[in-house]
Design a protein around this ligand. Structure first.
Ligand code: GLU
Length: 302
């Protein structure tokens, strides 16, 4: 049974409208929290100024509210709390756990081995880890702005995922601060979850490969990692991740087809085995039907 005090959250990036897969993940995150009597927070992960669209900063919460999902307290915008992440980076720097990395994305792709074994996707091959001072100066002189990476030390982390069971992965030298000076996602998510008292993270399983990285970072920063439940993404009929090309995949698309938000809620609940597709339900009805201790079998093709 989850700790009833384990605050849950949903933390979308406002780069596009939430699609049915995101909405189903949000519904599950809400159900896990509310069925345990826990608080549920909404955090907008708007660290990337280029990808962030203000219309989605307001539109994503509006879609969740239309489905009947609620949250505690004000919505936090990650970009308004950069000081926390910068302080965490400074702490890791002071402990000698970082180094500047001058690699371009292309160089990393070329040098990185194809993902295999327990290495996370896109694992950094360590090119800049042991540069001499002269080599570093040479790269700095070329005008390249460095990213800051964690000196992870080839550690492996295992954890128990509520849905996936035991998961183990190696931690690579992940980016802490991007070349544009903005804290990287893996760092900011750990810092902000800790600052907001998040105890349980329910999110899409596309993020599973990054979880060992985040648990390792939490431990280095002296915070208790949350527990995790990674839920399958919804796929389109062609087996690829649900996207615009698959048709009516957002709430707005469904509305344009004459479906109400409660029709969409019923549909999402039906993919979780909690309602019939056309059954009028409210999120509160679903709390009564949802049993987080039951193994949750999600068909990614729903
Ligand atoms: N903001 C991330 C995304 O939308 C999710 C972060 C998380 O749930 O840890 O992909």
């Amino acid at each position: 049974m989850a700790d009833p005090n384990a605050t849950g959250r949903f933390a979308p990036s406002p780069t596009g409208p939430l699609h049915l897969g995101n909405l189903r993940t949000a519904l599950l995150a809400w159900l896990f929290a509310r069925s345990a009597g826990a608080r549920f927070l909404l955090r907008i992960e708007d660290l990337d100024p280029v990808a962030t669209r203000e219309e989605h900063v307001t539109g994503q919460p509006a879609d969740l509210a239309a489905l009947g999902l609620d949250w505690n307290g004000p919505i936090e915008r990650q970009s308004e709390h950069l000081d926390r992440s910068h302080a965490a980076i400074a702490r890791l720097e002071a402990e000698g756990l970082t180094y500047p990395c001058y690699c371009t994305r292309r160089e990393i792709q070329e040098a990185a081995a194809a993902p295999h074994g327990k290495d996370p996707m896109g694992a950094y091959p360590g090119t800049c880890r042991d540069l001499t001072a002269a080599e570093r100066d040479e790269r700095a002189a070329s005008g390249r702005r460095p990213a800051l990476r964690l000196r992870a030390g080839d550690v492996a982390v295992a954890f128990e995922d509520r849905l996936r069971g035991r998961v183990e992965g190696r931690v690579d030298d992940l980016v802490l601060r991007r070349t544009d000076g903005i804290p990287a996602y893996n760092l900011a998510v750990v810092v902000d979850d800790a600052a907001q008292g998040v105890g349980e993270v329910v999110r899409g399983d596309d993020l599973l490969p990054s979880t060992p990285r985040q648990i390792h970072l939490a431990r280095l920063l002296g915070v208790e990692p949350p527990t995790y439940a990674h839920v399958p993404l919804v796929l389109g009929p062609d087996g690829t991740r649900l996207a615009k090309r698959h048709g009516a995949v957002t709430l707005a698309d469904r509305r344009a087809r004459g479906e109400s938000p409660s029709d969409v809620l019923a549909y999402l609940a039906s993919t979780l085995g909690l309602a019939r597709p056309d059954e009028p339900v409210t999120p509160t009805d679903l709390i009564e039907r949802f049993d987080p201790t039951e193994p949750l079998v999600l068909d990614p093709r729903d």
